[in-house]
Design a protein around this ligand. Structure first.
Ligand SMILES: [Zn+2]
Ligand SMILES: [Zn+2]
Length: 182
């Protein structure tokens, strides 16, 4: 095996940015060291001087986003609970935005759903107790949402934004399969 010679000397600005972003993305210091052709120990020290303390036994590290001290159970944790859920939500929003941008149908559906939700909040639509297809009273979901979904059975055109029927999840799944789309 050929052992690659490590670069020596201080980190350039680009290298520093690379180190921080790779670390924040979840790369291990070892894997970053291989990519950068830098000694692993040296990168540990660099992270420490940048205020990022890698967990080594003690189980205490500093959140890479807000610098608050956190107790870690596994060595992969780099963020406090708040920052990691915030990041998670940001990722979901960005993903949704991207997928809507390239999918006009999904965008139309998203708008219709928002309009119907707004009408519901404003009291212009009333959520019934029973499914409008099978007449069952659904069990509410674990997160407190009602077990009834709003179904745009006339489609998602603007004139039908608030034309919905309330259907239980089993009925909705059935008709999604019949329509052949999600
Ligand atoms: Zn944090
Ligand atoms: Zn039903």
């Amino acid at each position: 095996m050929i052992k690659q010679r490590h670069h020596i000397g201080p980190l350039t600005d680009e290298e520093q940015d690379f180190l921080i972003s790779e670390y924040k993305e979840g790369g291990s210091v070892r894997s970053i060291a291989i990519k950068m052709v830098r000694p692993e120990k040296f990168l540990y020290r660099q992270l420490e001087t940048l205020g990022i303390v890698y967990p080594r036994g003690s189980g205490i590290i500093i959140c890479v986003d807000c610098q608050v001290k956190i107790n870690v159970k596994n060595r992969k944790t780099r963020r406090c609970q708040d920052c990691s859920s915030k990041r998670h939500m940001e990722k979901i929003t960005a993903y949704k935005k991207d997928s809507l941008k390239f999918n006009p149908e999904a965008l139309k559906r998203d708008i219709a759903r928002r309009r119907a939700n707004y009408a519901l909040v404003m009291g212009k639509l009333i959520r019934p107790e029973r499914c409008e297809l099978c007449n069952d009273i659904p069990v509410p979901m674990k997160d407190g949402r009602s077990g009834l979904r709003m179904d745009h059975y006339m489609g998602y055109d603007s004139k039908y934004w608030t034309t919905v029927r309330f259907v239980c999840i089993p009925c909705d799944s059935k008709q999604i399969i019949e329509r052949g789309r999600v």
